[in-house]
Write a protein that binds this ligand. Structure first.
Ligand code: SAH
Length: 219
């Protein structure tokens, strides 16, 4: 069960989480302000409030996880989001990352491939005041009808750079994508699409994500 209450205790825990990230050296204040705004506990079952604001990933059912706050912070920073930008997220999961980007002023379009998770999260997103439009589908296909996007963020471990997502990215657009490494984890990669269509690639360390799968399902 999800409770939509956001009381002083929740706000205090959230502020503590933000202070912790800052003290560990995370320096993007716009991202920190968004993390302070989005009630992370609402995306977890209400019996897990204690865990909601600690820096760890957490199971959200259907074998999926809500990314840990430091990972959400990192991906949000690398994405260089400005207010009013159109952002496509692959892997809605809990909906938390999408709301953080929306709290930074982005218009977020997010795709989830798991039916159960999509319906569960859609309900939560509709109850919250963030500008997020959720879709059930295969992220490899993107959302051609809503393209082009200023930014694309992938929140599952990707075996390749999905060509259709590159097509749907504007010139000078940025994609942040955790790419499978040879050791069962991922390297965080930032792709910038140049005006001539070429791709610039930068790398930002190792992470661990659930896999980006094809098609839709309930597995
Ligand atoms: N952004 C999420 C974390 C998601 S975990 C959050 O903030 O909570 C990764 C999610 O990607 C899972 O829910 C998984 O089902 C989904 N996923 C995996 N492959 C996908 C694909 N091809 N298209 C869309 N979603 C996908």
């Amino acid at each position: 069960m999800n409770s939509f209450e956001d009381n002083y205790r929740h706000k205090g825990l959230r502020q503590k989480m933000v202070n912790q990230l800052r003290s560990e050296g995370f320096d993007d204040e716009r991202v920190l302000a968004a993390l302070n705004e989005v009630p992370r506990h609402i995306f977890l079952d209400s019996s897990f409030v204690e865990y909601a604001y600690s820096d760890q990933p957490f199971s959200i059912g259907s074998g999926q996880t809500i990314s840990q706050p430091s990972t959400v912070a990192m991906q949000s920073k690398l994405l260089k989001v400005d207010s009013g930008m159109k952002v496509l997220e692959i892997g809605t999961g809990s909906g938390y990352q999408a709301c953080v980007l929306a709290a930074m002023g982005a218009k977020v379009f997010t795709i989830e491939r798991q039916r159960n998770l999509y319906f569960r999260t859609k309900e939560i997103l509709e109850a919250l005041p963030f500008r997020v439009k959720a879709f059930l589908g295969d992220g490899y296909e993107g959302l051609p009808n809503y393209s082009p996007f200023d930014r694309v963020i992938i929140t599952a471990g990707a075996p390749c750079i999905p060509p259709k997502l590159v097509e749907q990215l504007k010139p000078e657009g940025i994609m942040v994508i955790p790419m499978d490494d040879a050791k069962g984890g991922q390297t965080m990669v930032r792709i910038t699409k140049k005006t001539d269509g070429s791709l610039e690639r930068e790398e930002f360390g190792s992470f661990k994500f659930v896999p980006m799968l094809t098609g839709t399902g309930n597995d």
